[in-house]
Design a protein around this ligand. Structure first.
Ligand code: AMP
Length: 293
């Protein structure tokens, strides 16, 4: 008969220093095992867990990190109010069979203080989140590059929820010639279509339900494209969002999925994706959807 231990969950290793992390990974690294990495800022939900599931499916060892990275917040209030649910997060990671969770101290990620790396992301950072959240991507690439250097994964899993981030990470890995396979994972949604996000925890129950309008609206684009020009679709979407009475549009863009260049005519690309950022009260929500190809 199997003992309770052997049929139960493997205990997750909680590490808070590079030294501990190296101790736990030494054997796996030396024996050439694949190490899947899922960086997060915590307040975990099923979107994050879908990334863990991909990692446990494809890799021998799965490492996740929880670190709310100050340098990627362009709004100090957003940083202050970012949900922090560490005990629940560890429980969820344990249940998803994540092997190691790394919860670093700020001094390990930023030994020289909260400075960002000097890396020119290029045009990918000039649009959408890059132009509406100044400094966001510089902070993001800094923490991701540092975490990659610490964890040394063979594979890294990122959500298409942050599609622009995923594109920039692919470029980062390419530019620094890191031997990491970056795997993009589909967006996980709540039952009303709202893309899961840690920030959804800050919405009232009523707002969370009616924010299904965001996905409902962008889902109609493939249909609208048949009769409307790009600028007509933009006006149409902006009107629906701003007339809703509870959402305010930050931006809506149509861009080429590969290089994120902004589309002004449908003929410019056969691989178009729609990107939206809205405010519901002071809570900023983003989503995106493939609309052609
Ligand atoms: P965050 O904790 O917001 O930094 O997100 C950590 C990772 O989870 C990033 O790769 C996100 O793109 C991904 N992620 C967040 N929300 C979702 C979602 N709804 N579906 C899929 N991946 C997600």
């Amino acid at each position: 008969m199997l003992s309770e231990k052997s049929i139960g969950l493997q205990d997750i290793q909680i590490v808070t220093s590079i030294e501990q992390l190296n101790d736990h990974l030494k054997l796996s690294r030396n024996s050439g095992k694949s190490i899947g990495f899922v960086p997060t800022m915590g307040a975990l939900h099923d979107g994050h867990i879908s990334l863990i599931n991909q990692s446990t499916k494809f890799c021998d060892i799965t490492v996740s990190s929880i670190y709310v990275n100050p340098t990627q917040f362009n709004n100090p209030d957003d940083l202050k109010k970012y949900p922090r649910t560490i005990d629940e997060d560890i429980q969820m990671l344990q249940e998803a069979n994540c092997n190691i969770v790394y919860i670093p101290k700020e001094s390990e990620i930023y030994p020289g203080g909260l400075k960002t790396i000097d890396y020119d992301i290029g045009a990918l950072a000039d649009v959408m989140e890059g132009s509406f959240r100044p400094g966001h991507f510089q902070g993001m690439v800094t923490v991701v590059k540092t975490l990659f250097e610490i964890v040394k994964p063979t594979h890294a899993f990122f959500g298409e929820k942050d599609f622009q981030q995923l594109a920039i990470i692919r470029k980062l890995v390419h530019d620094f010639q890191l031997s990491i396979d970056v795997i993009g994972c589909t967006i996980i949604r709540e039952s009303n279509g709202l893309a899961m996000s840690s920030r959804n925890q800050r919405l009232s129950e009523e707002d969370r339900l009616r924010c299904g309008l965001i996905y409902e609206t962008i889902s109609k684009i493939p249909q609208l494209m048949k009769t409307m020009s790009v600028s007509e679709v933009k006006v149409h979407i902006a009107n629906i969002i701003n007339d809703s009475g509870f959402l305010k549009l930050d931006y809506f863009e149509l861009a080429d999925s590969a290089d994120l260049s902004i589309i002004e005519n449908w003929s410019q690309s056969d691989n178009i994706r729609a990107f939206i950022a809205v405010y519901c009260k002071e809570i900023r929500l983003i989503d995106n959807i493939q609309v052609s190809s």
